[in-house]
Design a binder for this molecule. Structure first.
Ligand code: GLA
Length: 390
């Protein structure tokens, strides 16, 4: 839907007479640096040109009414500024309500209710952070409409807190950061230990970022994700008995290898190995990109997938079949799972003139292996959360 259509839909659903405002916040794809964010390592995502849009207008009373044109059947979800709480039956609306709840808890002056219509073109359940985009578009809209004057950097942390404390998914900062701070034609190198970040231009010369959706919903992700996080924390605690470190991301591969035996449980040891090696790989990959060495970048992407498959164990049959099919194709620079795992997308760098054959061949191999039909999208690196003014 374009802005005009979104406003018409808003008027039809809410019959609110106040002139509404429109906001957008994108999904993201992580190019490399997976399961490193909550381990104090680096990530290298870019925001996408797929977005969640919001149309919002304040109300004179305390009512909060939310509607998603992607979940029409759920209708308007209505609550009150004084009754914001998590409820599974609120479904998607727990994300905006989580953000509202964090803002209210921090005593930001939101005194009136509001009507908010959501609509997005980010493929859902594909590991492209549609939920972080809902959080960031909500935070940006409320920040602007209620003149809260919170910097975007802080809004990303509010989004993460909503997800951690309200929704109960113990995610790191990557998705919210990419959605809030994304920049057209750039990826972001973010040090999740210090939150220092730099934009890196994506000059891919004849190569595209292709998203290969397994169409396997990653619905088990919350429990497995929280388990991986706990295993990494256990490994860190074991290492801290000897090493003065705050996060796995502070270790080089050599330092880790020398001290790996301190981690008692072999499963936790593998998890920590991934976190340390993946962080170093990410730094190398960004250097390779800056030196226009795409071949080296691609090899590091492949190695990242292998580590996520064998040491972190978050891939599964679908992501592995997709990545393996991608690796076999002419014109592929590199391919790996992206996001939390257990389904969702593989991200591949593919030479432009090879894309059509790549899609055909990968789809055939992937469907033969799994029974699922994949989808492919070319990713454009888009801007972060913003108001859309005509
Ligand atoms: C999910 C989380 C992120 C990050 C990735 C894995 O997308 O929301 O914080 O941990 O998984 O890299």
């Amino acid at each position: 839907m374009n802005t005009q259509e979104l406003k018409q839909e808003f008027a039809k659903i809410f019959k609110n007479q106040t002139a509404p405002r429109v906001f957008a916040s994108p999904g993201r794809v992580n190019l490399i640096g997976e399961h490193t964010d909550y381990n104090g390592g680096h990530v290298f995502p870019c925001a996408l040109s797929f977005n969640t849009y919001v149309v919002i207008a304040p109300r004179a009373d305390k009512k909060v009414r939310l509607y998603s044109a992607n979940f029409e059947k759920l209708g308007i979800i209505e609550t009150d500024l004084t009754h914001i709480h998590y409820d599974k039956s609120q479904n998607w609306a727990n994300y905006p309500l989580g953000v509202l709840s964090v803002l209210l808890k921090r005593e930001y002056p939101i005194k009136n209710g509001f009507d908010m219509l959501f609509w997005g073109d980010i493929p859902q359940g594909a590991g492209l952070s549609s939920s972080a985009s809902i959080e960031l578009v909500t935070a940006t809209a409320l920040n602007t409409v209620f003149d809260l004057r919170i910097p975007m950097f802080e809004l990303t942390k509010i989004g993460q807190e909503a997800e951690n404390k309200f929704v109960g998914m113990n995610c790191g900062i990557m998705d919210q950061f990419a959605s809030g701070m994304g920049k057209q034609n750039h990826a972001i190198l973010l040090d999740c230990n210090t939150l220092y970040y730099q934009y890196a231009p994506l000059k891919l010369n004849g190569v595209s970022i292709l998203l290969c959706n397994t169409n396997k919903p990653h619905n088990l992700i919350e429990s497995k994700y929280n388990e991986r996080r706990a295993q990494s924390e256990q490994a860190l605690a074991d290492l801290q008995k000897k090493l003065k470190i705050n996060a796995l991301g502070e270790l080089t591969e050599e330092e880790f290898d020398k001290n790996a035996a301190l981690v008692i449980d072999p499963v936790c040891r593998k998890r920590a190995k991934h976190a340390v090696y993946e962080n170093q790989r990410t730094l190398r990959a960004v250097k390779a990109l800056q030196a226009n060495d795409l071949e080296a970048f691609g090899k590091l992407m492949n190695a990242s997938h292998v580590s996520l498959r064998d040491d972190y164990e978050v891939t599964g049959k679908e992501l592995d079949s997709m990545a393996e099919a991608a690796w076999k194709q002419p014109g592929v620079i590199g391919a790996r799972m992206t996001g939390g795992g257990f389904g969702g997308c593989v991200v591949a760098l593919v030479k432009n003139d090879a894309i059509e054959n790549f899609k055909k061949n990968v789809a055939a191999l992937y469907t033969a292996a799994t029974g699922y039909t994949p989808d492919f999208y070319i990713a454009q690196a888009g801007d972060g959360a913003r108001e859309i003014k005509e």
